[in-house]
Design a protein around this ligand. Sequence first.
Ligand code: NAP
Length: 521
Amino acid sequence: MIIAGTPVTGTGPQIRGFDPAAGQQLDPVYRYGDANDVQAAAAAAAEAFPVYRATTAEARARFLDDIAARLEAAGEGLIARAVAESGLPQPRITGELGRTTGQLRLFAEVLREGSWNGARIDTAQPDRTPVPRPDVRQRFIPLGPVAVFSASNFPLAFSVAGGDTASALAAGCPVVVKGHDAHPGTSEIVARAVTAAVADAGLPPGTFSLLFGTGPGLGTALVSDPRIKAVGFTGSRGGGLALAAAAAARPEPIPVYAEMSSINPVFLLPGALGGRGAELGRAFIGSLTLGSGQFCTNPGLIVAVDGPGLDAFVAAARAALAAAPATAMLTPVIAGNYAAGVQKLAARAELVGRGEPGGETTCHAALFTTDAQTFLASDDLQAEVFGSSSLIVRCADTAEMQAVARGIEGQLTATVHADESDHDVARELLPLLELKAGRVLFDGWPTGVEVCHAMVHGGPFPATSDSRTTSVGSRAIERFLRPVAYQNVPKALLPSAVADGNPDGLWRRVDGVLVSPAEGP
Ligand code: NAP
């Protein structure tokens, strides 16, 4: 572990990285920490907070840029270790490193651009009747130290220096990461890069720590520590709900931003299906089997009207699936959960086809089908099966497709394949889908999340524990900020974001109107 700049060996049980492709344990040995390590990391983070939050946006932007540069410098060694620990192919991990550094630099850009401050000024109206209006100014400030739980399925982009860490650090919050057991070596390399950047920037060492330990033990202790003020999490519904319950049970409850489970329905509208059913079937299997299906945006549900178009889709999908090789899964536990989830589906739905069989820790892709009424009557058919598994729901007509849209739980994504002839149906579907999903996309596949300003990687429960936010894209910073209003504060004491003369050069909302740095007061 690295606690406030110091490498620490825990006193708990040993863990080692595991290469799921080779079926081999990796050196070195790591050890779990305990409650004392949680206390040390949380205390250091709390001590760092007043200093770290007082840094300028430019200083934090340079810090994030430096972490990105250090991760790039760690390059080949980092990629090799992440490939070994995840079983994911090298090009995927190379791309993920680019995404991770891109996220850090995106937040550096956000800091420099400045609108994250949310600066608003309502000027005083001393002569207003019947009561004068006070001078009220608003800006966002950071919440405090944040606990981040690394995800298993993105050893870089949703892990130690992933999106949650980047957005929390950008907001001005120190971060304590609970690393994932699936990739301790990758976590160490990344944590060392962040720690070096903390030191180089002259920041307090408690700005960043990395801990290892069990979720129910160390993880819950971290979330329960009174010095932690918010939580970022990506993983299972059970894990996210357990941490949300721990956060709610504190004397001072705190927000938990948990990204949990989603089956990402794909609606194939009749025109599109009729014109290109086979083509869609093949493309679907490409998305379903990508990365052994270990994506939170994996297309786990297909909804379409029964008929020749859907038959062509199913035939092409079955053929493509039969040729899909069994690929390694991230961990033996995840492979076990996958096999159990597929078995459950097999007991409730009809099998369409499977990919090539493989070993115990590989993903033997599976595709099932059922009718809309059976689907709507069964909660089990909506459960996420993490890995390449999907269910085709055959509907009698487009009204039944709408009933399925109404009946599904909250989702990260909802996809529609539509031709122009489908626009009337799509127009009715869209308002239903936007109530269910954080991202609605047309004529593509949900896997592959663009990291950009307009992205939403979130959605109603159980996709996340808080549908008002996103964990990907620049709005992710908002999760770790809160607004403060300054009423009649003497001008000499105002924070620079809302001070007269606009020393930070921000766009600000003055008396309700957004004004540029050149025009404003
Ligand atoms: P996970 O089991 O939820 O673990 C994620 C993190 O949460 C780990 O640090 C874990 O610690 C901790 N945790 C788990 N249960 C906890 C509890 N009851 N109390 C406190 N902390 C807890 O997820 P995973 O290891 O990544 O994968 C397992 C399953 O999660 C998969 O099979 C899949 O179903 C799901 N998953 C979903 C997504 C998604 O994006 N939707 C992504 C990844 C995984 P420990 O390691 O000690 O348990």
